[in-house]
Design a protein around this ligand. Structure first.
Ligand code: SF4
Length: 391
């Protein structure tokens, strides 16, 4: 790649890293300056149909904790210390005014902690319209699609009230087309991870993806298209590293330094990091009834995670498929501390990996971790033992 191409990639990655690490949401503040009176909807992990607020002219933003960038003080007085960090740090962001740009906050009831957190937001942030998006408990039920379409309609009503105008079907179709493009580009990015992981490190790929939840998706599409165009020219040599799938990044996010520790010893060729941004695995139709199409896509054309229960998608088998399809040698099955759904699935994953004879490393993390020496040793030992076996 030419020097100017590499400099351009580096500049884009740096821009994304700033967005990921700055708890003041600089891209949101820039958008509001450019759109005086523009409204912002924040949504908690894991998946939310951003097309709905986007079609109303709102800026949808992912609320995904604060990593180690804020000290949790005010939230600790309102939520018990045994609750996972992302719930507490997200509330801390709100209580300290860092989310003062939000008009609406929506959380899906992905677990007991998230379900109860919404009530805490309602009580402590009375000027913010906080809502639960009630996703269907039984995704395989024949009534789930109609139920979810109606629930999306209810949320669309909340959004319409916030902006003071109706959402049209044509507006929704345009937003679906924009998000389809974003999901296609993310799939292309993951293709690079699988096929030529030496061209894009795990941390680089992750910051590129995560930035999408923090900036207007139109801008994210431009940035992804540019990077994807430049990557094939990158001069990077393939290294002798094992190929792993990382599982456990669906909700609370592992620190960038943890991913850096893993990428030093392994190629992460697939993962479930921020799976909500890639939840819909194909294009959502842009004809027909848009909210019904979004509901069907959530149920029938989607990935898997510990927070969705769908008997059609047995999670251990889905993990084995992810490993097979990415030609991974091994898996790293991580879970956030205090995360009941994640720790429960971790047990099932381990059983399935043992039965299939797939090497795996089990890790636990917290978004605010800052010391990784022990983890580095574990990852290196794991990777070296496999390289030795393969030799
Ligand atoms: S990390 Fe786990 S426990 Fe915490 S909000 Fe997410 S799913 Fe719930």
């Amino acid at each position: 790649m030419s020097g100017s191409g590499e400099r351009e990639v580096a500049a884009i990655l740096e821009e994304c890293r700033v967005l990921v690490e700055d708890p003041t949401y600089p891209a949101v503040r820039r958008w509001r300056e450019a759109h005086p009176g523009g409204k912002v909807l924040g949504h908690f992990q894991v998946y939310f149909p951003e097309e709905i607020p986007h079609a109303a002219g709102m800026l949808p933003v992912k609320i995904m904790g604060a990593g180690s960038t804020v000290q949790i003080r005010k939230a600790d007085a309102r939520i018990a210390a045994f609750v996972c960090s992302i719930i507490r740090s997200s509330l801390e962001l709100a209580l300290t005014g860092r989310l003062d740009f939000l008009s609406v906050f929506v959380t899906p009831p992905i677990c007991d902690a998230a379900r109860n957190a919404c009530a805490v937001w309602v009580r402590n942030l009375p000027s913010l319209n906080s809502q639960v998006l009630y996703l269907p408990q039984n995704a395989a039920s024949p009534h789930a699609a109609a139920y979810l379409r109606d629930e999306y309609r209810r949320i669309a009503g909340v959004v319409e009230e916030a902006v003071g105008r109706p959402i049209t079907d044509d507006g929704l179709r345009r937003s679906i087309a924009l998000y389809n493009e974003n999901r296609r580009l993310l799939r292309d990015l993951y293709r690079v991870k699988r096929e030529t992981p030496w061209l894009l490190s795990a941390v680089e790929a992750y910051t590129l993806v995560r930035a999408g939840g923090l900036m207007p998706r139109e801008e994210h599409n431009v940035l992804l298209r540019r990077v994807l165009g430049l990557l094939p020219e990158r001069e990077a040599k393939r290294q002798d590293k094992i190929r792993v799938v990382f599982e456990g990044g669906y909700c609370e996010q592992p620190p960038l330094d943890m991913l850096a520790v893993i990428q030093d010893a392994c190629y992460i060729v697939d993962d479930d990091l921020l799976i909500g941004l890639r939840w819909l695995t194909g294009d959502v139709p842009t004809d027909g009834e848009p909210l019904a199409s979004l509901a069907r896509a959530y149920l029938d054309g989607s990935s898997y995670s510990p927070v969705q229960h769908d008997p059609r998608k047995p999670k251990p088998e889905m993990l084995l498929r992810r490993i097979r399809e990415s030609h991974a040698d091994a898996a790293i099955v991580a879970a956030p501390k205090m995360c009941e759904p994640g720790l429960e699935d971790q047990v099932n994953h381990i059983r399935a990996l043992e039965a299939a004879g797939i090497p795996h490393l089990v890790l636990e993390f917290e978004e605010k971790m800052t010391v990784f020496e022990q983890m580095r040793m574990e990852v290196e030992t794991f990777a070296e033992s496999l390289l030795f076996d393969f030799a």
